[in-house]
Design a protein around this ligand. Structure first.
Ligand code: AMP
Ligand code: GLY
Length: 426
């Protein structure tokens, strides 16, 4: 099979590397790709947010048998619908089910209607009513722009003053544009053992009939060590989650995952693809923080290297709705990904810095924001590389990853030194 992956980031590079191991896959393509994906796949220079352009490309290239759509934006505008509409086979949800990520108000209503545990919330499209609600609730409180906002549309407000300012920013100053026309105001959840509360990402394959969780992982969203500084797209991940257990898995399957799959079916929005559950362990049990309609980035970078089963076989089983036939196997041990970012990320940073990569042992260097310019490898984004290491346990994987990081350089390179140390007490 010839397979085309849509997206530009580290997640797409990791998916391509997993697909390359499949005996079913002949040639790989990436729309649009980066300097890393170009080593595995032929890069296709088409704007994947332009549905007409994607359709024209697919019609002109019958040699491509299968499409994998991973970023939130093309899923939200229905690129899968467009491709399926011309008879192409795809991995990824259609527009009417991708809404589970694209609208936080939709996701909260769904959870309320089907009794899926999550933080108490209310949704507003009117500033005055929202302000009144915030004042009645008091702080701490969480404000979320309804729509997609590059992972930046969430404000955790410790004081009422912060919340009032945040509300104005989102609803009046339109800091997140149209994404902030509606706002979800949420109770601030506490963790069972840690402050801020302990979070785990559970990605799951689902064909709408069966839902199968992957190995668990934990992200590090803040830019600096000790969870200080601004929120980012993710500065590093590790798998599996140290506080995960068989009991938690049963709880999450029965109270969250299966009910969510059934709820989407009941709404006529059958979800097929990778459904991502962002969860918090609270004193009242596991609760949903957010849903994503896709593989997480950088979670995918630590989850897929642990997959023993052929990823292409799983993708096809999801498409053909026979996921229950597949026995999905995972490696024992652990995996760590340390993200290397441009200095100044997530605010202002330079592009075009030359990157040198020395000996990385048996680690894998995943590319996110990279490009080739005049034959040289250069930075081309905020998150530039991810160094991925496997080990018998998280500590061993951590050591290997950081040993490799020492041999990678560019001007202004920034990374966290504490990826994989949290939740050690389980
Ligand atoms: P989200 O984009 O919804 O995942 O939110 C970003 C981050 O904000 C999450 O990963 C949590 O760390 C935090 N967060 C979101 N909602 C809540 C909440 N209701 N209570 C506490 N923390 C939250
Ligand atoms: N790592 C979080 C996300 O992919 O949204």
């Amino acid at each position: 099979m010839n397979v085309l992956v849509i997206g530009n980031g580290g997640r797409e590079h990791a998916i391509l590397l997993a697909l390359r191991k499949s005996p079913k896959v002949d040639k790989l393509y990436c729309m649009k790709g980066n300097a890393g994906t170009a080593q595995v796949a032929e890069d296709i220079d088409v704007d994947y947010m332009n549905a007409e352009a994607v359709k024209a490309y697919a019609l002109a290239h019958p040699e491509i048998d299968y499409y994998v759509v991973t970023p939130d934006d093309p899923l939200a505008i229905g690129i899968v619908d467009v491709l399926e509409g011309i008879g192409k086979r795809c991995f990824g949800p259609r527009k009417n089910s991708a809404i589970i990520e694209a609208s936080k108000a939709f996701a909260k209503d769904l959870m309320k209607k089907y009794n899926i545990p999550t933080a108490k919330s209310a949704t507003f499209d009117n500033y005055g009513d929202a302000l009144e609600y915030v004042r009645a609730q008091g702080a701490p409180i969480v404000l979320k722009a309804d729509g997609l906002a590059l992972g930046k549309g969430v404000l955790i407000c410790k004081t009422l003053k912060e919340a009032e300012e945040g509300l104005k920013e989102i609803m009046l100053d339109k800091a997140f544009g149209k994404a902030g026309e509606k706002i979800v105001i949420e109770e601030c959840m506490r963790g069972l053992k840690y402050d801020p509360g302990e979070e785990v990402s559970v990605l799951a394959f689902t064909d709408g009939k069966t839902i199968v969780p992957m190995i668990t992982s934990c992200d590090h969203k803040r830019v600096d060590d000790g969870d200080r500084g601004l929120n980012t797209g993710g500065m590093g991940t590790f798998a599996p989650c140290p506080f995960w257990s068989k009991e938690l898995e049963e709880e999450v399957k029965n109270k969250i995952m299966i009910p969510t799959m059934n709820a989407m079916n009941a709404e006529g929005r059958t979800f097929k693809g990778c459904l991502y559950f962002g969860l918090m362990r609270t004193p009242d049990g596991m609760k949903v923080v957010e849903y994503n309609s896709r593989f997480g980035d950088p979670e995918t970078q630590v989850v897929l290297p642990m997959l023993k089963t052929d990823l292409m076989e799983i993708f096809e089983a999801v498409t053909d709705e026979r996921l229950s036939d597949i026995d999905i196997q995972w490696d024992d041990g652990a995996c760590v990904c340390v993200v290397l970012a441009s200095g100044g990320y997530p605010v202002h940073y330079r592009k075009g810095e030359e990157i040198t990569i020395g000996d990385v042992g048996d680690c894998t260097v995943i590319h996110a924001g990279t490009a080739i310019k005049d034959g040289r490898l250069v930075t081309n984004g905020g998150r530039v590389l991810g160094v991925v290491a496997k080990g018998g346990d998280i500590e061993e994987a951590r050591r290997k990853a950081y040993a490799a990081v020492k041999n990678i350089h560019w001007n202004g390179m920034h990374y966290r030194t504490d990826i994989g140390v949290k939740y050690r007490q389980g």
